[in-house]
Write a protein that binds this ligand. Sequence first.
Ligand SMILES: NC(=O)c1ccc[n+]([C@@H]2O[C@H](COP(=O)([O-])OP(=O)(O)OC[C@H]3O[C@@H](n4cnc5c(N)ncnc54)[C@H](O)[C@@H]3O)[C@@H](O)[C@H]2O)c1
Length: 366
Amino acid sequence: MKAADTKTSDTEAVKINAENAENQAAESDKIKNREQRTRENPCKGPVNNRKVAVIGCGFVGASIAFTLMQRSIFSEMVLIDRDRKKAEGEALDISHGLPYSAPMEIYAGDYDDITDAALIVIAAGANQKQGETRLDLIDKNLAIFSQIIPEIKKRDCQGILLVVTNPVDILTYAAIKMSGFSPQRVIGSGTVLDTARLKYLIGRSLDVDARSVHAVIIGEHGDSELAVWSGANISGVDLTHFCELRGIAHYKVMTQRIYTEVRDSAYEIIQRKGATYYGIAMAVAKIAESISRDEHSILPVSALLSGEYGIEGLCLSIPSVVGSKGVEKVLEIPLSGTEQRELTASAKALSAAVEHANRAAEEIKK
Ligand SMILES: NC(=O)c1ccc[n+]([C@@H]2O[C@H](COP(=O)([O-])OP(=O)(O)OC[C@H]3O[C@@H](n4cnc5c(N)ncnc54)[C@H](O)[C@@H]3O)[C@@H](O)[C@H]2O)c1
C-alpha cells in the first residue's frame, strides 16, 4: 500500500472512531435523560399517560408493540423480555416504522424503566401448542408471573396492568393476588378478542360491516365462553329480525355455527400457523386506547367479580366500562336463563384453577 493510501485510511479510521464515540455519547445522554425523566416523572399524575410498557416480546408482545406504534396512542414504549436481545431486536425493527407513523421513543429496557408507565401489558409466557387448552398452561405461566409481578410490585408502579398471557382469567386473578394492587387496575384482555371474532363472523354471515354488529362473548376466555345472543343486534335491529330481513331461515343453525367457530378459532389458527397474534394485538390496542384516552368504552375485559351474576372471587369477562382508572364498572347486562346458567358453568370451570393461582400467590409471600 502506498504511503498516501495508508494516511487516508488512518484519517478515515480516526473519523469513524470519533463518530462512534459521538454516537455512544448521544445514546448515553438519551439514557440519562430517560432515567432523569423517570425519576422526576414530569407528568401531572403519578404516571406518564403517554408511556406504555410491554413485558414479553414473543409473537403476541411484539405484535402488540407493532400495533401500538402504528396507532400513535403513546409517545414512549419500553419493551422487556427475559431474552434481552429479542426485546432489543423488536425495538429496533418496530422503530423503523416511525417515519410513517408518529414520533415515539421505543427501546428495550428493564423493570426500572416501567415505574411511571400508564399501562403495563404482560404478554410473557408459554403459548398453546397444538392439542393444548389454555388451562393446560397454568403452571408454566404462574411460575413466570411469580417472577414478573414481584418486580412490578417492588417499584410500586401506579399504572394499569393489562394481562394477556393465557389462561388470561386465571393469570389476571393471580396478578391481583400477587401484586396486592386494586382489582380495578389489574385487568385481563378477556374476551375482547373473542368478541371481535364474533362480530366479524356475524358481519360476514349477514353481509354487514362488523362495526355495525353489537354482540358480545362473555365468561372464560376459553372453552366455556358463551355468546349473549339474547342481546345481539345490528345497529339496534334485533338479530333475529335482521336475519329475517336477510332471508336467513335457520337462525339457530347460523348462531351455533358462528359460536363454534369463535370458540375454536385459536385451535384452528394454531393448527395452521402455530400461534395467534394479530387479532389479540388489535384487541389490546383497543383496550389501551380506552385506558389512555379515558374513553369509557364498554369492553368485555376480564375483571374480578364481587357478586355480579352471583359470581364472586374470580376473574371473568363481562362488559365493563374501561377508562384511565382501569375497570370503572362491571355491567350487569340482561341475560336469558340459559345464558345465566352457561355463565355460572363457565365460572365453575375456572374455580379449580383459581386455587392454583391462590397457592402461587401464597408462595410468593413466604
Ligand atoms: N389473551 C389472549 O387473547 C391471547 C391471544 C394469543 C396468545 N395469548 C397468550 O400470550 C402469551 C404469549 O404468547 P406468544 O405466542 O407471544 O408466546 P412466545 O413464546 O412467542 O413469547 C413468549 C415470550 O415471553 C418471554 N418470557 C418468558 N418468560 C419471561 C419472563 N419471566 N420475563 C419476561 N419475558 C419472558 C419469552 O422470552 C418470549 O419472548 C401466551 O400465554 C399465549 O397463550 C393470549
